[in-house]
Design a protein around this ligand. Structure first.
Ligand code: B12
Ligand code: SF4
Ligand code: SF4
Length: 412
């Protein structure tokens, strides 16, 4: 519920030409918002929903953080207050406009990939959505200014990186429901929606949540007895339905973790070189997904055709060229090589051994050497590392050799 003092802090829809000081108190918001909805749709957003900033039960962010499930994403702790209260992000915020951009395409996966072709999260096979969606958000802000006479201080937009609990607000706005896989699942687009949000001091009539019922802590509203996502997760990352422990999640380990990937999780990473879609792919709600309009996306399906050998041999210049504008660029050269080593260790292709041995013995970065050592051991090429293991001076790589030696002596 918006308090009296906050109600006077920002314009309502009726007060388009009214200054803040003159804004009418507690006026009922206008409904519906057809002109704005249509404009946002024409900007490329595949779904547009409204919800209001009201007090009430909060999403379980603090429990999640207290359990340490955010792993090393400490920025989530620092911004927890803001994430739980949009009014700390935009003073006087009354509404959120929740936007969905579908990235489903029938063209993926590519036909007949080789057995050793690495798997990329679908979203990564596009230019970075933060960059491609942002211009439409800028235009959406202009639309608010034109239609309602507000200024730039009366709204703020984000896609992914802002301190906004996007899935929770999207569920409240009826964009979809929270699946047992923690995803915001749309009845029209399945799991394949990017989310963006506009916080505004404008007061809009909220859209109804799915089934006209919303509870901040309800997961699996339309899942029934299905547990496919929970069962399919390759690293058992779900602590409970809807509760994802990022520490165990392949997506976290291959994208957000900048250091060593825990040894016990590496086998579960399988072919996945960047991100993970397993708990999304298995969801039966995807059968309703339609080809997105892709107005705000730029496909980079060519990335999916790269072989593991090409990636293991990539140099920094080529890395910058190939992954330019994709989200993969944020992983940086070393991060991609680290992940490629893990995949190489999992796919069992001994023709990759020369490339891996080269990385294990000559790469400048210990992070890469350590994961290459692991892969070489998995492929049975460790005898070629005997000399290198005695001259290695970095503690991270030494720890890898030590763990292998301990494992082998434990087995024999
Ligand atoms: C941090 C983060 C991650 C982390 C942590 C994931 C997580 N579960 O939070 C990691 C790196 C693991 C991750 C992975 C992925 N992410 Co991510 N991520 C985020 C980010 C930046 C913050 C999420 C957050 O606040 N998490 C905290 C938890 C507590 O909140 P939540 O899961 O968002 O909210 C739900 C829970 O609270 C749940 N819930 C309900 N009841 C209960 C009860 C309990 C006890 C608990 C604990 C939770 C719970 O309901 C909420 C509403 O859905 C958001 C962008 C944003 N600003 O919101 C993107 C975002 C969630 N990610 C997104 C995507 C696409 C992915 C991946 C698919 C990428 C990939 N292919 O590799 C995977 C999917 C993993 C999964 N099944 O969730 C999309 C999701 C779109 C959608 N339709 O849902 C978002 C919204 C980005 C975007 N703008 O599009 N992500
Ligand atoms: S993204 Fe992959 S690893 Fe993470 S919870 Fe889903 S299935 Fe598990
Ligand atoms: S796979 Fe099944 S349980 Fe998981 S989110 Fe989809 S419908 Fe729900």
């Amino acid at each position: 519920m918006t308090s009296q003092s906050e109600a006077s802090a920002g314009p309502t829809i009726e007060s388009t030409a009214t200054s803040r000081a003159e804004a009418p108190q507690m006026l009922a918001p206008l409904s519906p918002q057809p002109a704005l909805r249509a404009q946002l749709g024409s900007l490329g957003f595949d779904d547009v929903r409204f919800t209001s900033v009201t007090a009430g039960p909060q999403p379980p962010l603090r429990e999640w953080l207290a359990a340490g499930m955010q792993a090393e994403m400490h920025w989530m702790e620092r911004t927890a207050d803001q994430r739980l209260d949009p009014r700390l992000v935009l003073p006087g915020a009354r509404s959120l406009i929740m936007l969905g951009v579908s990235y489903w395409s029938d063209q993926l996966p590519l036909k007949k990939p080789a057995a050793t072709t690495p798997h990329w999260a679908r979203y990564a096979l596009h230019e970075d959505y933060h960059d491609t969606i942002k211009p439409a958000l800028v235009a959406a802000g202009r639309a608010l200014e034109t239609l309602y006479g507000v200024g730039a201080k009366d709204y703020r937009y984000y896609v992914d990186t802002g301190p906004v609990l996007e899935r929770s607000w999207a569920a409240r706005a009826g964009l979809g429901f929270t699946g047992k896989n923690a995803m915001l699942i749309s009845r029209r687009h399945g799991n394949w929606l990017f989310l963006a949000s506009i916080l505004t001091t404008l007061e809009f009539v909220p859209d109804a949540p799915v089934r006209n019922r919303f509870e901040t802590r309800a997961v699996g509203l339309l899942c029934g007895k299905c547990t496919r996502c929970l069962d399919a997760c390759p690293t058992q990352a779900f602590a409970a339905p809807g509760v994802l422990d990022a520490r165990r999640c392949v997506s976290y380990q291959t994208i957000e973790n900048k250091g060593v990937i825990p040894r016990e999780l590496r086998a579960g990473i399988g072919h996945r070189i960047y991100g993970c879609d397993v708990c999304l792919e298995v969801c039966p709600w995807n059968r309703f997904a339609q080809e997105g309009r892709h107005l705000l996306l730029a496909a980079r399906y060519d990335v999916a055709a790269l072989s593991l050998a090409e990636i293991l041999a990539i140099n920094p210049t080529r890395f910058a060229e190939v992954f330019r504008r994709t989200p993969i660029k944020r992983l940086k050269w070393a991060g991609l090589l680290r992940n490629a080593c893990v995949v190489a260790g999992n796919v069992g292709d001994r023709t990759l051994l020369p490339l891996l041995l080269n990385l294990a013995t000559t790469h400048a970065l210990p992070l890469v050497r350590a994961h290459a050592v692991w892969a070489v051991f998995r492929l049975g090429g460790h005898e070629a590392l005997t000399a290198a293991s005695t001259t290695e001076t970095d503690p991270v790589v030494q720890a890898e050799y030590a763990a292998e030696t301990a494992e082998r002596s434990g087995v024999s």
